[in-house]
Design a protein around this ligand. Structure first.
Ligand code: NOJ
Length: 725
């Protein structure tokens, strides 16, 4: 198709139309009438269509990660894809998959937690779901973002994430590898520098690793105004410049691409073949998702929702609210439950305390970019959030639930009137305290927080509120909505705090999903996608706002030891480990069996060629490298009295001198079982799963020696079962 296009036509398809109307979306590639190309609409966000009406607000990335459920991740992706498609959006700007390396990271909640394997599995399913074709063979293009090590919001476009080759490959690249494996159409570069070269023009990352090792055939686009050069970016692998402005100060049509790109070709700085490659990649993504076949026109206006000419108010929500409720319940983690305090059984009286139990009194979408924390927290802030069509708050959902029981309910949303809170909580059968901690993208400053959190404390005096209630009520139940870990030292061991429900960021059905768990309509089966520490110094921290220098150097000195790996390596005990989560029922594991699968002779040849030859394009995705080599099966039994789901986890122990942390996650499965029932769960391990990145050979290599397979209930739990490979 591109063969007969002029340089100008090729250049036109790789740039946005600036940052304002008449384009309807957050990024717009203008139509190219001379070649019959209709243009492209690019729109946030990873949790649903941003700045649009009649769309759903899904549970955040961190919540779907907490479900540890591939099936739900796929369904969430499909539902998201259907909503973007229904609005006539070509490219949905998600999912985000940066690892929650530091505890304060403002955008951690957009991603899938702190472990590369978990994040990789969820990214894979999300993308496969989002890019599902409809009955007409059309689908939405997903965007894996932000490539790579884009883990700080403070001075995000100036800081350099410095990491070595092995850390890059084994941790931070893995979710992107899984995205390419899922067929992702686009990758968005980060604002940051990586090893002191801007991500958007880092040739090693874009040309050698993403397009080389991973064989990525789609489009690499910049983050918005994230390109810092023209020629260097284009030669460094950047294919598309978004939104087409040179920076956030100039909206006069100047861009590093556009006229500068054609000039660069004409003066010999950029070969024409490279521009042909860029345009080909954009079109390849377009064809991959069937967008050449009467793709629906964009039917909303993200710049003006009330313009009748451009917003036709198409309702794309379907029955997604059901899935949203299920995901949020499934992603809720029960952290503490003394003497089966939960589930609640037809309580005679309840106190519901805290601003987080109630909707924002100012209105549903009062704060631009959700950049405010007033009322129940169901999403973080920034471009990763979208508007709520409605938001069910915990208070109203609980009141509806207990109506048939005749429960008396007292409530206060005032976090600072501790006397009132205590007087209401006193004498009630149970007191529920709702607290939160918010964070987001640096586009908004919320109560002094400029994206990355300043500390890990609960907001709005949450600690004092919990203590005031716990002082008077023996059955104090704490529900936390949070973007990441919080410091619980003040109250977690209080004898009257008998239950803690970690509700993450649930989206529009917040109150309903929480009520489902509190009252046992849904057996809690969420697992922590990051570790909650006992001590602040046990975390890696974001660069504090006070330390800022022109180019903060963020050194990934921890190498492979992020999150639970650090606790294992340094022999420290966290408060709640990655993978932890309680249940209302109990499970047992038995009968571990390990079976080696024979690769076909073609696969064996492919693998040995990989190891003996110079790496070819796409070699990290060779089918033989990812084919099942070992199958580990176990029997899981529900030994308790209720139906419920469980998440057996497989951790791998590498041979002693391979330089790996003491154990790493390499398998999980969510299984639902009735009381007394059992099933066999199988974890498949590939050669890649057992490899390390050999920096000398520049290849995935299985270290020699014996491996141990552990089945455990969390990353630090003593293993329930063990086997050898
Ligand atoms: C900047 C954010 O980093 C990115 O995630 C988003 O997609 C773009 N803005 C567009 O809003």
């Amino acid at each position: 198709m591109v063969k007969n296009w002029t340089l100008e036509e090729k250049s036109a398809i790789v740039i946005g139309d600036s940052w304002s109307p008449p384009g309807l979306c957050i990024g717009n590639v203008n139509p190219i009438p001379s070649v019959g190309f209709p243009g492209l609409c690019l729109q946030d966000a990873p949790v649903g269509v941003r700045v649009a009406d009649l769309v759903s607000a899904f549970p955040a990335g961190v919540t779907i990660a907490s479900t540890f459920d591939r099936n739900l991740a796929r369904l969430r992706g499909e539902a998201l894809g259907a909503e973007f498609l229904g609005k006539g959006i070509n490219i949905a700007l998600g999912p985000g998959m940066n690892l929650a390396r530091n505890a304060e990271g403002g955008r951690n909640w957009e991603g899938f937690g702190a472990d590369p394997y978990l994040a990789g599995e969820v990214a894979y399913e999300t993308i496969r779901g989002m890019q599902t074709l409809n009955k007409d063979g059309q689908g939405v293009q997903a965007v894996a973002k932000h490539y790579i090590a884009n883990d700080e919001e403070h001075l995000r476009a100036e800081s350099s994430s410095n990491l070595d080759d092995r850390t890059l490959h084994e941790l931070h690249l893995h979710p992107f590898l899984k995205s390419v494996q899922a067929g992702v159409a686009n990758v968005m570069t980060g604002y940051n520098l990586v090893n002191n070269s801007w991500a958007a023009q880092n040739s090693k990352l874009n040309n050698d690793i993403l397009k080389g090792e991973l064989g990525f055939q789609g489009t690499i686009m910049s983050d918005w105004a994230g390109a810092r050069s023209g020629v260097a970016s284009i030669l460094g692998g950047l294919d598309m410049n978004m939104p087409g402005v040179i920076d956030w100060l100039h909206f006069d049509g100047t861009s590093y691409f556009g006229g500068n790109l054609t000039a660069a070709v004409n003066n010999g700085s950029v070969p024409l073949s490279r521009v042909t490659d860029m345009a080909t990649r954009v079109l390849a993504s377009w064809f991959l998702l069937g967008q050449d076949k009467n793709f629906p026109a964009t039917n909303f206006n993200g710049w003006n929702l009330t313009d009748p000419a451009t917003n036709s108010h198409v309702n794309v929500q379907g029955d997604h609210y059901k899935l949203i409720r299920q995901i949020a319940a499934s992603g809720t983690v029960l952290l503490k439950n003394v003497n089966n305090a939960l589930p609640l059984q037809k309580p005679k009286s309840l106190a519901i305390i805290g601003d987080d139990a109630f909707p924002d009194p100012n209105g549903l979408n009062f704060y631009q970019y959700r950049g405010g924390n007033n009322g129940t927290l169901a999403v973080g802030w920034g471009s990763g959030a979208n508007d709520f069509p409605y938001l069910v708050g915990p208070f109203s959902a609980i009141v509806s639930k207990v109506k048939p029981y005749g429960t008396s309910v007292k409530s206060s949303r005032d976090n600072y009137d501790l006397t009132l809170a205590a007087s209401l909580a006193k004498g009630q059968e149970a007191a529920l305290v709702f607290v939160n901690s918010d964070g987001g993208e640096t586009v908004s400053v919320v109560e002094g927080v400029e994206g990355d959190r300043n500390d890990l404390l609960l907001w709005h005096g949450g600690d004092e509120l919990i203590l005031a209630v716990a002082a008077v009520n023996k059955k104090t139940i704490v529900v936390v909505h949070s973007v990441g870990p919080v410091d619980m030292a003040a109250w977690i061991d209080h004898p009257n705090v008998v239950a803690v429900v970690w509700a993450n960021l649930p989206g529009q059905e917040s109150g309903n999903s929480c009520t489902d768990v509190l009252f046992g309509d849904y057996n809690p089966s969420g697992r922590l996608p990051y570790t909650i520490a006992k001590n602040d110094e046990d975390y890696l921290h974001a660069t504090p706002i006070t330390d800022l220098v022109p180019n903060p150097q963020v050194n990934y000195d921890e190498k492979l030891n992020i999150d639970y790996r650090a606790y294992l390596t340094n022999n420290k005990t966290p408060r709640f480990a990655f993978g932890f989560g309680l249940s209302y029922t109990t499970f047992s594991y038995s009968s571990l069996k390990i079976k080696e699968s024979k690769l076909s002779s073609a696969q064996t040849t492919e693998l040995s060629n990989y190891l003996s030859r110079k790496s070819a394009v796409g070699s990290s995705l060779l089918p033989s490298l990812h084919a099942t080599k070992w199958s580990v099966s176990i029997k899981v039994k529900n030994t308790g009295k209720r139906t419920g789901e469980d998440v057996p986890q497989l951790y791998l122990v590498y041979p002693a001198d391979s330089g790996e942390p003491p154990r790493v996650l390499r398998g999980f499965e969510k299984v639902k079982l009735q009381s007394g029932h059992s099933t066999t769960v199988t974890f498949n391990l590939s050669t890649y799963d057992l490899s390390i990145w050999d920096v000398v050979k520049q290849k995935w290599t299985v270290p020699t020696g014996s491996f141990t397979v552990l089945i455990a209930t969390d990353a630090l739990a003593s293993p329930s079962l063990e086997g050898k490979i």
